[in-house]
Design a binder for this molecule. Structure first.
Ligand code: SF4
Length: 318
């Protein structure tokens, strides 16, 4: 599917090298600023600047209170209502501008997700809090995949996030165009193998749903919602292995025995966590093109992605 506009990703500004941290510094991440920057349109966001805190500024923190988590300023002021308002407006802008993914700085009381120090009085009572901005954005835009710069360095987590980003961008393109029955069936056929790796049940259920539906325009919102929810489930080495074997089955006849053995070896090396997923995927895509295997030619599972992302190039641990 040809993309009409670049994929837009929101990023914590300090990860891009902007000096917006409380101490006037930044936390530039090469993976974010350079690798993602070459492939996507990055939109900088600093919610603490957004609510009017300057640079430099006293540190703020997360506090546990009887009614929930609060964002507390250095003089004890409650910044939560300000951040709530700001996050609500930001979420609506992200939605309108078709943001397809979000990268947020770890351990920040505003941006952190699940790794932020939570205080009670002067004591730190846990280190698995979620920043107020991050939690409001997650609630307002559940379909937009979010990741921290730390998790981006973990191959399986990075690939899962990227897969969801590509899928959300494509489904948005579909929804914004004149989707008819044919385009939706083609979309499902194109993404089915990716979905199978993440949620086989969703892939089969959506296939039955499309076969039974008569009103494609009415079906698209439900289809998109269930499709993205299925993709949010993590894939495993085992489920990817099943998909690779299934795709290799399409090449049984077109490939000579030596090529089949080589491809089988690459798939086995991935299964044994000795090779990245990209190795058998590249071979499958190359053979599908060379032998003109139509059933594989447009598979999203085999699609080439921008090289800077190193998509599927790391070894999965799980
Ligand atoms: S972590 Fe978030 S709030 Fe803190 S400086 Fe970075 S972008 Fe701004």
């Amino acid at each position: 599917m040809e993309r009409r506009r670049p994929i837009r990703i929101v990023v914590s500004g300090c990860l891009l090298g902007e000096e917006v941290r409380y101490d006037g510094g930044h936390r530039r991440s090469e993976t974010v600023a350079s690798a993602l920057g070459k492939a996507f349109e990055l939109v900088s966001e600093c919610p603490e600047i957004g609510i009017g805190l300057g640079v430099p500024r006293p540190k703020i923190r997360l506090e546990r209170k009887p009614g929930g988590t609060r964002l507390r300023g250095s003089r004890g002021e409650d910044l939560t209502p300000l951040m709530d308002d700001y996050a609500r407006q930001a979420a609506s802008v992200f939605d309108e501008t078709r943001v397809a993914g979000i990268v947020l700085k770890s351990r920040s009381p505003s941006c952190g997700m699940g790794d932020v120090k939570l205080h009670e009085g002067s004591a730190v009572i846990s280190e698995n809090g979620t920043g107020v901005f991050a939690s409001r954005i997650a609630a307002a835009l559940p379909e937009a995949p979010r990741i921290s710069e730390v998790d981006l360095e973990e191959p399986a987590l990075r690939d899962h996030w990227l897969t969801r980003v590509f899928a959300l961008a494509e489904i948005r393109e579909l929804a914004s165009g004149s989707a008819d029955a044919r385009t939706l069936y083609e979309f499902h056929a194109r993404w089915k193998m990716v979905l199978m790796a993440h949620s086989e049940g969703t892939a089969r259920r959506l296939g039955r749903f499309l076969a039974a539906t008569r009103d494609i325009h009415g079906a698209l919102p439900r289809y998109g919602k269930e499709f993205l929810a299925g993709l949010a489930e993590p894939a495993s080495v085992g489920t990817h292995h099943n998909v690779l074997l299934h795709l290799a089955g399409h090449l049984k006849k077109p490939l000579d025995p030596a090529a089949r053995v080589r491809l089988g070896g690459e798939i086995a090396a991935f299964r044994a966590r000795k090779a990245p997923l990209a190795a058998p995927v590249r071979s499958l895509a190359a053979w599908a093109a060379r032998r003109e295997v139509q059933s594989l030619r447009n598979q999203a599972y085999l699609a080439e992605r921008p090289a800077s992302l190193a998509y599927r190039e790391g070894i999965y641990r799980e």
